[in-house]
Design a protein around this ligand. Structure first.
Ligand code: HAM
Length: 454
C-alpha cells in the first residue's frame, strides 16, 4: 500500500491536478465496434421478420409517466418494486425510464385512436429498456428488446403466430430454441387458483426461502418462479394452474397448441410458467436457447446458475381498461438482445464462416497527393453503387496502409500511386498471397463486386 502511494506521488508532478475519468455505471454496457456485426445482424433479422409478418414499426419515448408502468406491470412485481428507474422531473412529474416496451405501445395505441385502424394493429419496436437489476451474466441495467405486439384481436391463431415470429427470429439467427408455454386463464380462473396455491404454500411455509416467504403475502404466483434449490420440492408438488382453468380458457389454450402443432413448432408445457409481469391472461410463453452460451471476458457469471430466458410474452386482454382505454384484446412478446448477442458470439467463435459476408473485403490504398485525390473519387463512386470499402486516406505511408488492410481482415488492396494516376490503372493485391495485377481504373467496380461475391 505504502509503495503504491509513493509511485503515484512520483508520477504526478506537484501542482498538476489529477482528473478522474468518469466510469461506466454498473450494469451498463458499451456496444463496441467489435460487437457491431452481431448487432447489425440482429437488427436486420428483426426488421426483416417483423415486416414479413405484417408488423409496422413504432417508437415510443424512453421516459414516460411512472404510473403507466406501475399500473401495467403491477405494484407487487420485482420490476416495479425493485428495478424501475423512477425520478421526479424538473416540473415535479413522477417519471420512469421504460423497463419494457408493451405499456408504452398500449398508451400510444390508446392516445392515437388506433382502434379506428383495421384490427389487429401489429406493431414492432427495437430499443433500450432500463431495469435496476442485480448485474450478472445476461442481466443489465440498460438492455435492448425486440418487441412485437398484435393488438385488437382475440383469437388463438394470433397467440400462435406471435410464438412463430419469436421462434423464427431466433432460428433465423442460428440459435436452437426451446419454447415453453402455459396458460394463466382468465382473471377469475387465476383468482381461484391463487387461493388454492396460497393455501398449499402456507402449509409448506417453513420449507420456503426467505424471499418466497415474503412473496406469500404479496405475489404468491412468483413462488413458482423461484430458482432456489430449497423451494424446488415445494414447487414440484404445488397445484397446477392448468387444472383450475375454466372450459373456455382450456379450449382457447388447446387451440393455440393445435396451431403450433400445425406449423410444426415444438413446445413444452410448463405448469410453473407464470411470468414476472402482472398483466397477463391466458397464453404465456418463454423462449430458451437449447445450449447455454460460453462466458465471455468482462461478463460476470450468473449467481444462481439458472438459465435465463431469451424472450417471453403472452396475452394481455385486460391491460387497456386498466389504462383507461376501451376493452381491447392483445398479445405480444419481447426478446432480450444482449442475451441473444451472447449466443451469437458463441456461435461465431465456433464457426468464423458464419460472420456476415457484408464486411468490407477491399482496402483502397494511395501514395502521393494526386493518387489521394483519385482515391477519393474511386471510394465515392463505389459508395454510390452501394459498395463499402475500407481506406485510410490520412496515412501517407503505403506500408502503414497495407498493415491496416491486414488488421481489418480485408482480402484485397486496391493500390493507386503517381504512375497509376497517369496510366488510368490501379494495382489489385491479394493480401494473402501478395500476388498483384494491374487493371484499368474503369474496371474497379466490377472487380470489387467479384471479390465481394467471394
Ligand atoms: P420480460 O420477460 O420482462 O417481458 O422481458 C423480455 C426479455 O427481455 C427477457 O426474456 C430478457 O431476454 C430481456 N431482459 C429482461 N430484463 C433484462 C435485463 N435486466 N438484462 C438483459 N435482458 C433483460 C417483457 O418485457 C414483456 N413486455 C414482454 C411482452 C411483450 N409481453 C407481451 N408483450
Amino acid at each position: 500500500m505504502k509503495k503504491k502511494e509513493k509511485i503515484t506521488k512520483k508520477a504526478v508532478p506537484s501542482g498538476v491536478k489529477v482528473v478522474r475519468t468518469p466510469q461506466l455505471l454498473r450494469g451498463m454496457k458499451d456496444l463496441l465496434p467489435r460487437d457491431e456485426f452481431v448487432w447489425r445482424q440482429m437488427r436486420a433479422v428483426a426488421q426483416h421478420i417483423a415486416v414479413a409478418y405484417g408488423f409496422m414499426e413504432i417508437e415510443t419515448p424512453i421516459v414516460e409517466e411512472a404510473s403507466l408502468f406501475i399500473r401495467s406491470i403491477g405494484r407487487g412485481t420485482d420490476v416495479v418494486e425493485k428495478e424501475m428507474y423512477v425520478f421526479e422531473d424538473r416540473d415535479g412529474t413522477k417519471v420512469a425510464l421504460r423497463p419494457e416496451a408493451t405499456a408504452g405501445i398500449v398508451r400510444a395505441y390508446i392516445s392515437h385512436g388506433m382502434q379506428n385502424m383495421p384490427q389487429p394493429v401489429k406493431l414492432w419496436t427495437l430499443g433500450a429498456m432500463f431495469r435496476h437489476d442485480r448485474p450478472q451474466a445476461g442481466r443489465y441495467r440498460q438492455f435492448h428488446q425486440f418487441d412485437c405486439e398484435a393488438i385488437g384481436e382475440r383469437d388463438p391463431i394470433v397467440d400462435a403466430e406471435l410464438m412463430v415470429v419469436a421462434y423464427n427470429f431466433l432460428r433465423d439467427l442460428g440459435i436452437d430454441v426451446r419454447l415453453d408455454v402455459n396458460s394463466m386463464g382468465s382473471t377469475e380462473d387465476r383468482a381461484r387458483y391463487v387461493e388454492e396455491l396460497l393455501a398449499y404454500l402456507r402449509t409448506k411455509r417453513s420449507y420456503l426461502c426467505e424471499d418466497c416467504k415474503k412473496r406469500l403475502g404479496r405475489n404468491p404466483l412468483r413462488v413458482l418462479d423461484c430458482k432456489q434449490e430449497q423451494c424446488a420440492p415445494v414447487i414440484e408438488e404445488a397445484p397446477q394452474i392448468i387444472d383450475w382453468l375454466s372450459d373456455a380458457s382450456k379450449n382457447y389454450f388447446m387451440k393455440v397448441l393445435e396451431y403450433l402443432d400445425e406449423v410444426g413448432i415444438p413446445y413444452m408445457l410448463r405448469a410453473t410458467l407464470v411470468r414476472g409481469l402482472d398483466y397477463y391472461t391466458d397464453t404465456v410463453f418463454e423462449l430458451y436457447a437449447e445450449e447455454a452460451p460460453q462466458a465471455h471476458s468482462g461478463e460476470e457469471s450468473g449467481q444462481d446458475g439458472a438459465q435465463t430466458a431469451l424472450g417471453g410474452g403472452g396475452r394481455y386482454d385486460l391491460l387497456f381498461e386498466q389504462l383507461g382505454g376501451h376493452p381491447t384484446p392483445a398479445c405480444g412478446f419481447a426478446i432480450g438482445l444482449e442475451r441473444v448477442a451472447s449466443h451469437l458470439r458463441s456461435i461465431a467463435a465456433e464457426n468464423t464462416a458464419s460472420r456476415p459476408l457484408d464486411r468490407p473485403r477491399v482496402f483502397v490504398a494511395q501514395l502521393g497527393e494526386q493518387a489521394r485525390r483519385r482515391a477519393l473519387h474511386i471510394i465515392e463512386d463505389l459508395r454510390r453503387a452501394g459498395i463499402v470499402v475500407r481506406h485510410h486516406l490520412g496515412k501517407p505511408s503505403l506500408k502503414a496502409q497495407l498493415e491496416l488492410a491486414n488488421k481489418y481482415g480485408t482480402t484485397h488492396a486496391f493500390i493507386i500511386g503517381q504512375k497509376e494516376v497517369q496510366d488510368g490503372t490501379i494495382i489489385v493485391r491479394d493480401m494473402e498471397s501478395g500476388i498483384q495485377e494491374t487493371i484499368d481504373q474503369k474496371k474497379v467496380r466490377v472487380e470489387v463486386e467479384k471479390i465481394m461475391k467471394g
